[in-house]
Design a protein around this ligand. Structure first.
Ligand code: CP
Ligand code: NVA
Length: 308
């Protein structure tokens, strides 16, 4: 467990260990108040963030360490000025851990390759593992044992959150169904890898263009933005048209289990990927989900530092 780049690389046991630790950290935060004293986390951002930045920074403070926000637009790193390799070698001499939110997944792989300190993927175009650890913690709190539960994801399937949900669910024995339109299905490579993980964990995976088939009887209904940070504005109209049948609204929620919960990693747009009634309604757990970013990430940092 040297880095957190993708849940694909983590064993089910490692994921469960972090979830168990997150439960402990959440229950008794004071017990961990000094464990990262004198440690520095560098937080590299190439894209915007509310939750990820604030939860890592507050989390580091709560663990007794310090976090530096580092904006890529003011950096010589990348862009022909200084290679990622040189940059991360320097950073490794000064900081104890690095997290990065980047466009290209290859760039975080390059960072991890040359870093001599742990590297955390804080979102790339391809995956968002920190989010999914918080999501699994939330589902466990609301529904108990994860094994055997069914999660339905609706909307943009070729998406970082979707891919990481697929890894997380199939690793832990949760059934996953993805309802996405043709042309926006999950990456073939991810689907193939997850089919193997589903076999190993005795769970199922369904990728369909039928939103009703995806959501039928599900315990968890999940959606994400149709306009992820890296999607150009000029795609918006076409995306609204193609994704509208996958909007999680009251009619679609009614086809899930009666006690289903609704999740969205946020930021969310009411009237787009879900209706206001669903996200603001009694089945929505989105703010508990957002809070759990803090607890789950504290657990990730403690594990990667090897102090818990
Ligand atoms: N869910 C999430 O990662 O939110 P931010 O983009 O605000 O960090
Ligand atoms: N898929 C979204 C997730 C935001 C947290 C994006 O990449 O913008």
């Amino acid at each position: 467990m040297k880095h957190l780049i993708s849940l694909k690389d983590w064993s089910p046991e490692a994921i469960l260990e972090v979830l168990d630790l997150a439960v402990k950290v959440k229950a008794a935060p004071g017990q961990y108040a000094d464990v990262l004293k004198q440690k520095t986390l560098l937080m590299i951002f190439e894209k915007p963030s509310l939750r990820t930045r604030i939860s890592f920074e507050a989390g580091m403070t709560q663990l007794g360490g310090h976090a530096i926000y580092y904006d890529m637009s003011t950096s010589p790193m990348g862009g022909g000025k200084e290679t990622i390799e040189d940059s991360i070698k320097v950073i490794s001499r000064m900081c104890d851990m690095v997290m990065a939110r980047l466009f290209k997944h290859e760039d975080i792989l390059e960072m991890a390759k040359h870093a001599t300190v742990p590297v955390i993927n804080a979102l790339t175009n391809n995956s968002h593992p920190c989010q999914i650890l918080a999501d699994l913690l939330t589902i466990q709190e609301k529904k108990g044992d994860l094994k055997g539960l069914t999660l339905a994801y609706l909307g943009d399937g070729y998406n970082n959150v979707t891919h990481s949900l697929m890894y997380g669910c199939t690793k832990l024995g949760m059934n996953i169904r993805v309802g996405s339109p043709e042309g926006y299905m999950p990456a073939v490579e991810v689907t193939e890898q997850c089919a193997e993980f589903a076999k190993e964990s005795c769970s199922s995976m369904l990728i369909t263009d039928d939103p009703a088939e995806a959501v039928k009887g599900a315990d968890v209904v999940y959606t994400d933005s149709w306009m992820s940070y890296h999607i150009p504005k000029d795609e918006e109209a076409a995306r609204i048209e193609v994704f509208t049948p996958y909007q999680v609204n009251e009619a679609l929620m009614a086809q899930a289990a009666a006690d289903a919960i609704f999740m969205n990693c946020l930021p969310a747009l009411r009237g787009a990927e879900q209706s206001a009634g669903v996200i603001d309604g009694p089945q929505s757990v989105v703010f508990d989900e957002a809070e759990n970013r803090l607890h789950a990430q504290k657990a990730v940092m403690l594990k990667l530092f090897g102090v818990a």
